[in-house]
Design a protein around this ligand. Structure first.
Ligand code: ADP
Ligand code: MG
Length: 688
């Protein structure tokens, strides 16, 4: 290994640090750490207060605790029923002994040996035999924390991965921390002064090795502010740019809107009416629209989108609707045909499986301006597809597309089209204000009348048979159902029920009297569509699927959905699955199959049972999860954010005001500090 001959600086690749193995380098890459600068920016996830070691005799049920113990025994096994990898240990300190259990962490098996002296940090739960146990604790293997002399009592624990432990990170950061002095400031002095925030190098030092709780909180406050400040600044900039651009106009023809509504087979809900009105006003403006239409599955977004399309087409523009999957595109196409063909608008469908001759014909007709409405998938953004006069882009489930893909769609036209995104993913308001700063939001909160709540319940392992009997009863009554499984194939650990294996099992054993079909993401699109169509036509009773089913499928006759390993999905996603049923006149049911779900997961699932409102569930999910990246913020070009700050309305307001002041003083963003700071937060939406 080539050791660095000169002292490392901020741009030194971590590969050049002493004693870096390939495995460790890989681990670092997984954490997106490449240079020394990245490493110093890798902030701790939590801190252990060394004073708070607890004796085994003093543990409290339900609380997290740090204990320093000797390992007495360790044993690994798999559960019979669902093949979960269990690692069980017995630990002791002078005051007593305690069982410890880890779920699905087989790698720990090789790290733990009887006689080891370890520090464990984890939650105290009730064990099998009724006594206390420590569940899934973090393990620290040494008697002394590395770098202890420099860290005081608050010991940092970092986001880790295989071969990159907090212990190792602490040692590296401790050695490299003096370099933090050279890290370039990312918040202007005026902003820091006004808000009372630490300079960046100080804040970094205090985050890694805080002097005390108070300094830690000051450092966190700085990062928390910055995390909200730049998205706000980026959003203000994006909005200013967008509004200064000239786009297309589709005049708001009130008589035409009335006529459209009168022709519908149902009465629009108030929410739909309001959303349509907001959209039509935007279409009438010369600057490009950037609006998100949010509404639960089945809330009736498509008809609102159809109305917008109607208006743009009446103004002589072309309209495109892009969806993330072929199934969804076909369904939208069908809906739009139903709604628009009676008034002489013929939507085209362009997807991956469209035959070459048809595809050529569609591309030609679009380029000539002869066709004015096309629905499709990614196939729409291929180079040959061009629109001379694109007035309106509608993107369904827009978070499924990258920013670049949406920009390519926009750039297919000579003009700046209006943009309407639709999503059934309920995004909490607190989050959307930060995430979608330059996005105007229309919401459909209430479902069309007559929909009944979906009965949701947990199915314990011993209740499986009852659940299958229930499905059989529904089918006997003429209904249909879904079974959702998390992965296509069994993962090596065997912990996940696969759709394929489950399909075989149900088909040959448990539900062999029913007609079953299977859909997963690896089937060719055409095959998927065929099976879906056959299911919709009632040729199958039960559809076994992976999460491809998540969006859009509209089968009013389906009344029961079973979700395997329900605890592995987020609440927002479970809520979307659930929305696959309850679309017709019959009472519908959602069965959440759970195995050895931990208490936290159960609490999440119980929220699903007691709430039907997707927005309420999204807020709960955000609070319960606390951390992580539940909304794919990174994919949106955001660094990881702490959820606590996202939920802090007061902080967001402060950040917003600060951003407005900065823009007044420096409208061109000439300050290099601002340019540097905003880099990581480039919130590019439809309009860059
Ligand atoms: P979403 O796209 O929001 O999931 P859809 O637009 O697909 O919802 O609508 C779901 C179903 O509800 C469709 O069958 C649609 O025809 C119907 N629908 C939409 N709006 C209404 C309404 N106001 N009253 C009754 N049914 C409606
Ligand atoms: Mg829809």
């Amino acid at each position: 290994m080539l050791a660095a001959t000169t002292a490392p600086d901020l741009d030194t690749p971590l590969a050049q640090l002493p004693r870096i193995s390939q495995e460790r380098l890989q681990g670092l890459r997984r954490l997106r750490l490449v240079t020394v600068r990245d490493l110093l920016g890798h902030l701790p996830r939590r801190y252990d207060d060394q004073r708070e070691r607890v004796s085994l005799a003093d543990l409290t049920l339900g609380r997290a605790a740090t204990v320093e113990v000797d390992l007495v025994a360790v044993r690994g096994r798999r559960t019979q029923h669902r093949h979960i990898e269990l690692l069980e240990a017995e630990v002791a300190d002078p005051t007593g002994s305690l069982p410890v259990i880890w779920f699905n962490q087989p790698h720990l098996r090789h790290l733990l040996h009887p006689g080891d002296h370890v520090t464990l940090h984890g939650k105290v739960t009730r064990g099998k035999r009724g006594g206390l146990q420590l569940q899934n604790p973090d393990v620290e293997r040494e008697r002394k924390w590395v770098g202890q002399a420099s860290v005081g009592v608050l010991v940092p624990t970092y986001p880790e991965t295989a071969h990159v432990t907090s212990r190792w990170l602490r040692a590296q950061v401790a050695a490299l921390l003096p370099l933090a002095e050279g890290i370039e400031e990312t918040l202007p002095q005026e902003v820091r002064d006004r808000e009372g925030l630490m300079p960046l190098p100080t804040a970094l030092r205090q985050m890694h090795f805080p002097d005390d709780q108070e300094h830690l909180e000051l450092a966190q406050a700085r990062f928390g502010f910055e995390e909200l400040f730049y998205p706000q600044l980026a959003a203000l900039l994006a909005r200013r740019q967008r509004l200064s651009r000239t786009g297309t106009r589709s005049p708001y023809d009130v008589a035409l809107a009335r006529q459209f509504v009168a022709g519908l087979p149902f009465k629009l809900t108030d929410d739909q009416r309001r959303a349509a009105h907001e959209i039509l006003i935007d279409l009438d403006r010369p600057s490009p629209m950037n609006r998100l239409l949010q509404g639960d599955v089945g809330s009736g977004k498509t008809v609102v989108a159809a109305m917008a399309a109607r208006m743009a087409i009446a103004a002589g523009h072309q309209v495109v609707l892009m969806a993330p999957t072929e199934i969804l595109a076909r369904q939208h196409h069908q809906t739009l045909c139903d709604l628009l063909s009676p008034i002489g608008i013929w939507p085209r469908l362009l997807v991956g499986s469209t035959k070459p001759a048809v595809r050529r014909e569609i591309i030609g007709a679009l380029a000539a301006g002869a066709d004015n409405l096309v629905v499709g998938t990614h196939a729409l953004i291929e180079d040959e597809v061009q629109f001379p006069d694109l007035g309106l882009c509608i993107v369904d489930e827009q978070h499924r597309f990258g920013v670049a893909q949406r920009l390519r769609l926009r750039d297919k036209s000579q003009v700046n089209p209006d943009f309407l995104s639709m999503t059934a993913t309920p995004i909490p308001r607190s989050l959307s204000l930060t995430l979608y700063g330059d996005l105007d939001v229309s919401q459909i909160r209430h479902l069309p009348p007559g929909r009944r709540p979906i009965q949701t319940r947990l199915v314990e392992p011993e209740e499986r048979q009852l659940a299958y009997d229930f499905i059989r009863t529904e089918v006997a009554a003429g209904r249909q159902g879904f079974i959702i499984c998390p992965l296509i194939e069994d993962s090596p650990a065997g912990e996940v029920r696969s759709a394929t294996a489950e399909y075989e099992r149900l088909r040959t054993e448990v539900l062999s009297d029913l007609r079953l079909t299977l859909i997963h993401g690896r089937l060719p699109a055409r095959e998927k569509a065929e099976r879906m169509d056959a299911f919709a036509a009632g040729q199958f009773d039960l559809l076994v699927a992976t999460s491809v089913i998540e969006v859009g499928v509209d089968i009013p006759n389906a009344t029961v959905i079973g979700i395997e390993d329900a605890d592995r999905f987020g609440l927002a996603q479970l809520h979307q699955f659930r929305g696959r049923v309850g679309r017709g006149e019959h009472d519908s049911h959602c069965l959440l199959f759970v195995g050895a779900a931990d208490p936290g997961s159960r609490r999440r699932l119980e929220a699903l049972i007691s709430h039907q409102d997707g927005f309420a569930l999204a807020e709960i999910d955000l609070r319960l999860r606390g951390a992580g990246d539940p909304y794919g913020l990174r994919q949106h070009g955001f660094p990881e954010m702490r959820v606590g700050d996202l939920l802090d309305d007061g902080l967001r307001e402060r950040a917003r005001r600060a951003a407005e002041l900065v823009l007044v003083a420096d409208p061109k963003l000439a300050d290099p500090v601002l340019r540097r700071g905003i880099r990581g937060y480039q919130v590019v939406f439809e309009f860059d």
